[in-house]
Design a protein around this ligand. Sequence first.
Ligand code: ATP
Length: 233
Amino acid sequence: MSAVLEAEGLQTYYGKSHILHGVSLTVGEGELVALLGRNGAGKTTTMRSIMGLTVPREGRVKLFGRDTTGKPPYRVANLGVGYVPEGRKIFGHLTVHENLLVPPQTKGPWTIETVYRLFPRLDERRTSKGGRLSGGEQEMLSIARALLLNPKFLILDEPSQGLAPVIVQEVMRTVGRMKSEGMSILLVEQNAFLALELADRAYVLSDGEVVYDGAAATLADDRARMEQLAGVS
Ligand code: ATP
């Protein structure tokens, strides 16, 4: 399997605060990899380091075999990396449809019509203003917008955050469908058990270090270990 992401030995700081202490992770083509860990473990910092939003002081990032360490985020995105940050940054004053018209048209399987098929709820709410959508609908809209850029690799930061359990299930089902369409995905989640149900492999971060790297199923089957590593029960 060829790798879409190879991050090696990332050492990332915010000013003098040393946050990542040698994080290494890979995502293979077509793989769904979960990145788990308690609050403050360094998950967002890892994603920011991959995207070039915070440049690691040491270590390398390779995307699709190319060294992107220190490259600005737009160069990383142009290689085919989609990033859905935490917090659903959609345009509240635009309708759902207008929000979907914002990304430039790109070649690939994802068009406005195919994303409406993936998210029938957004199709029903085409003319609703973004600001009037529920949290789950806003999350779907952020993911839909990222898909329209036809990324080959998608990084999702806590898509389930703040959502009601049934909506979380729906968002996760959609993530599963994107994987079955061949997308490579790095999924950062607090909701560890749900993420592990979907993922092929998982990493757990603790204090900026990888403390688990292996099959998702192995971790999902070992509840005690999960509690110890990721603080979930
Ligand atoms: P969460 O689930 O709470 O988002 P996380 O695992 O994504 O947690 P990070 O956001 O990467 O963790 O944060 C890792 C550490 O870096 C935390 O101790 C946090 O306080 C610190 N941190 C995050 N952003 C900054 C910043 N801009 N300046 C200084 N410290 C920061």
